[in-house]
Design a protein around this ligand. Sequence first.
Ligand code: 5GP
Ligand code: ZN
Length: 138
Amino acid sequence: MATSKMASCIFCKIIQGEIPCFKLFESDKTLAFLDINPLSKGHALVIPKFHGEKLTDIPDDYLTDILPIAKKLVVATGAKEYNILQNNGRGAHQEVGHVHFHMIPKPNEQEGLGIGWPQQKTDMDKLKAYFEEIKSKV
Ligand code: 5GP
Ligand code: ZN
């Protein structure tokens, strides 16, 4: 199994079977299971079997395995509206330091993910200047 383990990591322990989970799907590179404190019925996590804290720490071949599995969870739960969420860093609401993608059904206003969307005012000149700065680095 292509697993890189970190001894203190709770999700690495789940991958190794040292901590139980309600496993929904598994491939050689990915594990999907129910979130223990769901925001809604069907809230699940999809994680790479590779320890890394943030998206940029995970090899591409692990990342490409993840979205098709999140899609399977959407189909299996029958969720009609849902969010795919991946937090990076404490300030961005990450609590577990092993990359994970949430699949969170949004059945109604009260359940599922609630988010703020604090849009900032900008103008085309500022937007274009930033675009010029970043595009060559992508
Ligand atoms: P984060 O805030 O890091 O994006 O989300 C971490 C998620 O992992 C939370 O939704 C939390 O409920 C879930 N979680 C934390 N520990 C465990 C665990 O031991 N088992 C399972 N199944 N989920 C967990
Ligand atoms: Zn880990």
